[in-house]
Design a protein around this ligand. Structure first.
Ligand SMILES: Cc1cc2nc3c(=O)[nH]c(=O)nc-3n(C[C@H](O)[C@H](O)[C@H](O)COP(=O)(O)OP(=O)(O)OC[C@H]3O[C@@H](n4cnc5c(N)ncnc54)[C@H](O)[C@@H]3O)c2cc1C
Ligand code: SF4
Length: 597
């Protein structure tokens, strides 16, 4: 089958003598949204992306079956993906230059189908970091991690924005759900999201396109959870299932399930990715200049005013140092890389790093804990007819149910579960012993009967959980790297115990025979949901950004990625990152128009 795709627009000439209205650093969910919103308003934007632009369709090859690939989708020998034990037992940097492996990836490279992500994930040998154990997943290319993200697209509610008011811990955000709701709506309409409305106050509904269907096993679980006052809702996927008339670069979902087979990625772009969803439409306005292979290492300041005047970067290929000029600078390099860039940007005006008079840059680092999970078997579904159930971009989601009306004695905040009972390209039942005809029958009989789910819990923001610059270690471009000082606390450990117990309880109540029930925490970082290193707030002494993600210290500097989140909540962050970036860039464009900046 041939896919008809609209090719990307021709890039505009990069002119480093020009002063752009805005320089955006990073082209993932956050940077893509900033570039899209500002160029739609007629502003001239330069987008600097450290990674390369690759032929992503050629890379993902979503239609390729394992038997079409010489190594069933695996990369050549010599590539290595880090394992759980390597993260836990060894001390970072995990991949030394003299490692026996030619290339080393984060654990995501070990999910199966590593040949499809070998040019997407960074080579850990070039990108070291130090400090406490942390499984840091990075994708350096146009579009960043959105090229392979898991697509679960959730909103936050006032249980999250006003969490301190609810339980007394930490800080409230300087905004509430009502401030962000119109922007969630805009993101839904512009990018497309599929799901089913449930009317839950703690997981507000989006403006959904056609939902994925639950499998027979998932329908049974949903019915049982309803009796417990809980919900199993179809995966809320950042995927257009009905199509988007306004975007010629994206197709509606064909339901081929390829995004769920490997670490992710959809080569017809039904699943949102930043290049086709945001950057190519921005290029079509004629207002966006894109420079890939441009690694920013300092936000430059005007020595007279202390304001941002541009960005210093190295060409990632030639290593040549260059500078770009802008009236405003928008940092969107992803939570941890943005902290690194701010901390590296030291000047007499900003001796602790730009925007860091509060000393909070790099601190209050939070994310989602992972590990507790349950797997089981619906015995009464064994041998029943089943449909082609892998043809969907996600399974189901069980939203938070802890510490809403109840108050748990051992921990605050909550967790949700992502689950699936669809057949995957290599069905779980294929791991059974046997061979020949009877084996094949058994695999087919059991295929729709397995079900599993794993939790994502809120890690509390704590000042002491932080990243800083390691003065002794540099990356392959000579840029000092991050040092982690990050640990789970008592609340996380108690929450994880409860997650394992409730997961089993829910499966047993639903008549599932439990065959696996993990309680152990995975290494910090496993969720790939880093947040909070430049939190927003009303008080410049205890926060880095205001409610429009604008630096308290440097008004023409914004940080529009997950850095600004005041707490992690337990919902996946990308849809919120984009809603907030849209809101902040609307505000920025207004301020520029009024001459306030
Ligand atoms: C396998 C996987 C599954 C995921 N599943 C989900 C999910 O189901 N739901 C969800 O909400 N989220 C999920 N995520 C997380 C999601 O991808 C991120 O939240 C999102 O991409 C964050 O956007 P960002 O723009 O902040 O960062 P990124 O997408 O990482 O983009 C940052 C960009 O900045 C560039 N950059 C970095 N440093 C510099 C520099 N110094 N100079 C110039 N450019 C720089 C990078 O190369 C990159 O392109 C998943 C991620 C992965 C990898
Ligand atoms: S199931 Fe839909 S979103 Fe996933 S790869 Fe296929 S077309 Fe893309």
């Amino acid at each position: 089958m041939t896919l008809v795709l609209t090719p990307p627009p021709e890039p505009a000439e990069v002119d480093l003598a020009t002063t752009y209205d805005a320089i955006v650093v990073g082209s993932g969910a956050a940077g893509g949204m900033a570039a899209n919103v500002l160029t739609a308003k007629g502003l001239k934007v330069l987008l600097l992306e450290a990674g390369k632009k690759i032929n992503i369709e050629q890379e993902l090859r979503s239609m390729q079956w394992p038997y079409d690939h010489p190594r069933r989708g695996e990369a050549e020998p010599g590539w290595h993906a880090l394992s759980l034990n390597e993260y836990n037992v060894r001390t970072p940097p995990y991949a030394r230059k003299d490692s026996a492996y030619k290339h080393v990836w984060s654990y995501v490279g070990g999910w199966g189908g590593s040949d499809y992500v070998k040019n997407i994930l960074v080579d850990e040998k070039d990108h070291p970091y130090t400090g406490t154990p942390y499984a840091w997943v990075r994708a350096r290319l146009l579009g960043g991690k959105t090229n392979i993200w898991g697509r679960l697209a959730l909103r936050l509610s006032d249980y999250d924005f006003k969490a301190k008011t609810h339980d007394g811990y930490g800080e409230d955000w300087p905004i509430s759900y009502a401030d962000v709701e119109p922007y969630y709506d805009k993101v839904d309409r512009y990018l497309g999201i599929s799901g089913h409305a449930e009317g839950l106050p703690h997981l507000p509904d989006s403006i959904f396109q056609r939902s994925n269907k639950l499998t027979a096993a998932e329908v049974k679980l949903r019915a049982s959870l309803k009796n417990m006052g809980r919900t199993a809702t179809p995966y809320r996927a950042g995927v257009t299932t009905d199509g988007l008339k306004h975007n010629k670069y994206r197709s509606k979902c064909f339901g081929r399930g390829a995004c769920g087979r490997r670490p992710g990625g959809c080569d017809i772009h039904a699943a949102f990715d930043s290049p086709t969803g945001l950057i190519y439409p921005a290029m079509d306005t004629g207002n966006l200049t894109l420079r890939t292979n441009s690694t920013a290492y300092e936000v430059l300041v005007d020595p007279k005013t202390g304001r941002a005047r541009g960005v210093a970067f190295v060409d990632s290929v030639t290593h040549k140092p260059l500078e770009a000029k802008g009236r405003t600078v928008i940092v969107a390099a992803s939570t941890l890389e943005s902290a690194r860039l701010l901390l590296l940007s030291k000047s007499p005006q900003h001796p602790n790093g730009i925007g860091n008079s509060s000393g909070h840059v790099g601190h209050n680092f939070c994310e989602h804990l992972m590990g507790p999970s349950v797997t089981g078997l619906y015995k009464d579904l064994v041998g029943k007819p089943h449909t082609i159930e892998d043809g969907r971009p996600g399974g189901f989601y069980v939203p938070r149910f802890r510490n809403l009306k109840d108050k748990q004695p051992d921990f605050i905040r909550g967790y949700g579960f992502e689950g699936n009972s669809g057949q995957s390209i290599y069905p779980w039942s294929a791991g059974r012993p046997g061979f020949g005809k009877s084996y094949k029958k058994e695999v087919r009989d059991y295929v729709g009967a397995f079900i599993n789910m794993g939790g994502f819990g809120e890690v509390l923001p704590r000042y002491e959980n932080s990243v800083s610059i390691d003065p002794n270690v540099k990356d392959s471009w000579g840029i000092p790297v991050l040092r982690f000082d990050y640990k789970f606390g008592d609340n996380e450990k108690k929450m994880a115990q409860d997650m394992a117990v409730t997961a089993k309880e829910m499966f047993e109540a639903a008549g599932v025979e439990v065959i696996g029930n993990d309680a152990d925490l995975l290494t910090p970082g496993w969720s790939i949901h880093e947040l909070g290193t430049s939190r927003m707030g009303n008080d410049p002494k205890t926060s880095v950004l205001n409610q429009f993600q604008q630096s308290h210290d440097v008004p023409n500097l914004l940080v529009v990625d997950g850095s600004s989140h005041v707490n992690a909540s337990c919902q996946n962050p990308t849809w919120t990152i984009m809603a907030l970036a849209w809101r902040s860039c609307d505000h920025l464009a207004d301020e520029l128009r009024k001459g306030n900046l």
